[in-house]
Design a protein around this ligand. Sequence first.
Ligand code: NAD
Ligand code: MG
Length: 384
Amino acid sequence: MKNIVLLGSTGSIGKSTLEVVRNNPDQLQVVSLTGGNNWQLLAEQAREFRPRFVAIAAEEHAGDLRLALKDLDVKVGAGSSAVLEAVMQPGADTTVAAIVGSAGLQPVMTAISAGHQICLANKETLVVGGSLVMQAVARSGLKLVPVDSEHSAIFQCLQGAVHTPPRRIIITASGGPFREWPVEKLAAVTVEQALKHPNWNMGGKITIDSATLMNKGLEVIEAHWLFAVDYDRIEVTVHPQSIIHSLVEFSDGSVVAQLGWPDMKLPIQYALSWPERWQPPVAALDLARVGSMTFSAPRFKDFPCLQLAYEAGKAGGIMPCVLNAANEVAVHAFMQKKTGFTGIPEIIAATVGAFSNCPAVSIEQLVAVDIEARQRAREFIGGA
Ligand code: NAD
Ligand code: MG
C-alpha cells in the first residue's frame, strides 16, 4: 500500500491521479490533499478519499473549506506553510507533485527530505532547481519517477538499461494548435485558440506552453536533469498524433520507443506502480485506428521559446530559473490579454537578457531570483 501526498489535487493531473487511486484501492491511499483555490472541489475530494490533512494555498478560502468539512475527521490548513505541512504528515511515503509552476519547488524539496518516493509532474521544479533537486534525490537514495508522458516514456525505455546509457534522447512534440500556421498569423492568435490543444486535455498554463513550444523547451531541461544527458544529445521531433511518447537511442544505434493513447492516466499510474505494472487505465492501443504516424523538425525560428529554453538550459546556473519565471509571467499576461502570443517569447528574451548568470547554490537564492525575474518581466509588459 502506498500512502500518498497529492500536491495540486484540484488540477488536471491531480484529478487524473485521483482516478488512478479510485481504480486501485488496494494499492493506493491518500494521506493528504492540497489545492490552490478551488475549495469546493477540494472538499468533494476530501469527502470521497478521506485524507487526514487537507491544505488550501489561498488563505481566503480556509473558512469555506473548514465549514464544508466540519463533520469529517480531517485537519484543514491554509497558506503555503500548510502545503508543506501536508507533505510532512506521518505515514506518508509517496508524493505526487502536480502543482503548476515554481510554486511546486519547495514542497518537492520537503518531500525529498521526508524520504518520499516522488512522482513528478511539476516539470518547473526541475527547470528551476534541477541541480539542487537531483543532489537531494541522490542523497536520499530514492528515485524520482517522472509523470510527464515524454519522460515516462524515456524512463520506461531505460528500464533494464543500466549498463547501456542512452546515446541520444528524442522527445516527441505534438506541435500544438499552430503547428502549420504561417508565421505572419501568430501575432494575432487569441487565448481561446491557444487553449484548444489538438490531443491533450490539460491545465491552462501547460496548454499555452504547448502552443508556444515552451512546454517542449521545459521538457528538454527536465530530461537533462532526469536522465543526466547533455543538451546536444537531446532532440525534439514533431509528431502530431502523440502516439509515440518519446524515444531513446543506444550506443549501437538501436532506437527504443514507448507508445500509447495520449492519456495521462497511464504515465501517472506507471509512476505509482513502478517497478510493477497494474491493470490498464485506458483502452488498448489500436494501431490500425492510429493509421499513420508522421514526424517533422520543429519550427525553431517561428516558435522562439524552444531555442530560448535550450540556451537557458545550456547556460545552466540561475538562467533556467529566470526563463521559467519570465515564462510564467508572460503566459499569465497573455491569458489576461495584456500581451499578444508573440509577446511571450519577447518578454522572456528581454528578461533573460537583463540577468547575468551565476551558479545555483541554494533554494533560497532561486526563490529570490524567481521573484526578481517576475518583477523584471512585469516591467517589460508594463513598458510594452
Ligand atoms: P492545473 O493548472 O490543472 O493544476 C495545478 C494545480 O496546482 C491545481 O490544483 C492548483 O490549485 C494548484 N496550484 C496552483 N498554484 C498553486 C500555488 N501557488 N500553491 C499551491 N498550489 C497551487 O495544472 P496541470 O495541467 O494539472 O499541471 C500540473 C503540473 O503537471 C504542471 O507543472 C504541468 O507542466 C505538469 N504536467 C501536466 C500535464 C497535463 O496533462 N496536465 C502533463 C505533463 C505535465
Ligand atoms: Mg509532456
